[in-house]
Ligand binder design. Structure first.
Ligand SMILES: C[C@H](O)[C@H](O)[C@@H](O)[C@@H](O)C(=O)O
Ligand SMILES: [Mg+2]
Length: 394
């Protein structure tokens, strides 16, 4: 029996949580006065949805092989991503062998270089790449971590991102990352509030539990430096994505400015091995945080991770559900992972891409046994109750 070929590629869109996890209803911690580059405009300060953080929605890529096996993946991208899949990328998949993952990635990247390189195009390529790995795993009846060379640990450990690190501590997570609520436009009072929130949380969790601040690209170098210096007495473990992604020079300066022992992290909005080469060679951060659904997929993250390893940098992927769990399990320089608390009050563990993926595992007591990831491919199926829409039917 020869290697199956790819017969059909289909791109769908979905709304309401899932891979576009910022697409939430009112009252969710993830949309409660979080500092962003748009916070300088008061009308866009309270809710990130008001400026469009959830405008794209989810892209679902489905790939059907000649033997009838279907692989799929979800990522952030919505209708523009569906257009790119159907009108541009599908031509490199249909007719190719299911094992041609490396060649397909190169053709998708090189053919979109004139309008891609980062952002939505690399999100789209990532979604296609994840679906290809899911398909190959389902054809070979192996989990993706096994296709990648096998796990280096029997259990994953997680820190939790959300408004309640104190509750995350009780749930067994190894740390808690809080969103930063006030940016430079809110002046000294905002900076004071940021530090008071951190101090309060440190009081609740005691001296040893990791506490981190996620600044979501919202600061300038001086503010980030002052925040880091003020946060040091409260044992801040790392300051995340303090500056805009393209300010490599600012990150390199911030890394020199922060108090000794505090880590600088970034990368969730960076893409491809070339973007991460800039972060690493310019000494921008101690930990890179690529999102496997946004940086180029598994095929690209393997390259990024090897580059980081040569620089002694940890690779702690931005939370992306099973797609990062299977990867982290196989990398020595990924000793822990992120879990995004998607419950509106961050007070219970729910699947990160809820409600889109059936069979999506969650950490138990802040950990996940490798056995939770032993199903073929990424081990999940699409929830049939989700209303798929195929905007560019072929
Ligand atoms: C909590 C942050 O503001 C973002 O919403 C989050 O998605 C991302 O930055 C993260 O690191 O989890
Ligand atoms: Mg972040």
């Amino acid at each position: 029996m020869g290697i199956p070929t790819i017969k059909h590629v289909r791109a769908f869109t979905l709304r309401g949580g899932g891979a576009d996890y910022h697409d939430q209803a009112d009252g969710h911690w993830i949309d409660d006065h979080i500092a962003t580059p748009m916070s300088k405009y008061p009308e866009y300060r309270q809710s990130r949805r008001t400026f469009g953080i959830n405008v794209l929605g989810t892209l679902v890529v489905e790939i059907e092989a000649s033997d009838g096996t279907v692989g799929f993946a979800v990522t952030t991208g919505g209708e523009p991503a569906a257009y790119i899949v159907e009108k541009h990328l599908a031509r490199f998949l249909e007719g190719a062998r299911v094992t041609d993952i490396e060649k397909i990635w190169d053709q998708m990247y090189q053919s979109t270089l004139y309008y891609g390189r980062k952002g939505i195009v690399i999100n789209t390529i990532s979604g296609v790449d994840l679906a290809l790995w899911d398909l190959l795993g389902k054809i070979r009846q192996e989990p993706v971590h096994q296709l990648l060379g096998g796990a280096v640990r029997d259990e994953l450990q997680f820190y939790a991102t959300g408004a309640r690190p104190d509750l995350a501590q009780k749930m067994g997570f190894i740390g808690g990352k809080m969103p930063l609520h006030h940016g430079p436009a809110e002046g000294e009072e905002g900076l004071r509030k940021n530090l008071e929130e951190l101090a309060t949380m440190r009081e609740r969790v005691g001296p040893d539990f990791w506490l981190m601040l996620d600044c979501w690209m919202s600061l300038d170098l001086n503010y980030a430096t002052r925040l880091a210096v003020g946060a040091h007495e409260h044992g801040l473990k790392w300051i995340e994505e303090a500056l805009p992604p393209d300010d490599y020079w600012g990150y390199a300066a911030l890394r020199n400015n922060v108090p000794k022992g505090m880590l600088v992290t970034t990368g969730e909005h960076e893409a491809t091995r070339w973007g991460f080469r800039m972060l690493l060679e310019m000494g921008c951060c101690d930990i890179i945080q690529p999102d496997v659904g946004w940086c180029g997929g598994i095929t690209e993250l393997v390259k990024i991770s090897a580059l980081a390893d040569a620089h002694n940098a940890l690779v702690i992927p931005h939370g992306s559900s099973v797609y990062s769990y299977h990867f982290v399990a196989t990398r020595h320089n990924s000793p822990f992972a992120e879990f995004l608390m998607m419950a509106p009050k961050a007070d219970e563990v729910v699947p990160m891409f809820h409600p889109q993926l059936l069979g999506e595992p969650v950490p138990v007591n802040g950990r996940m046994r490798l056995s939770a990831l032993d199903q073929p491919g990424f081990g999940v199926t699409l929830n049939p109750e989700c209303q798929l829409h195929r905007p560019y039917n072929r």
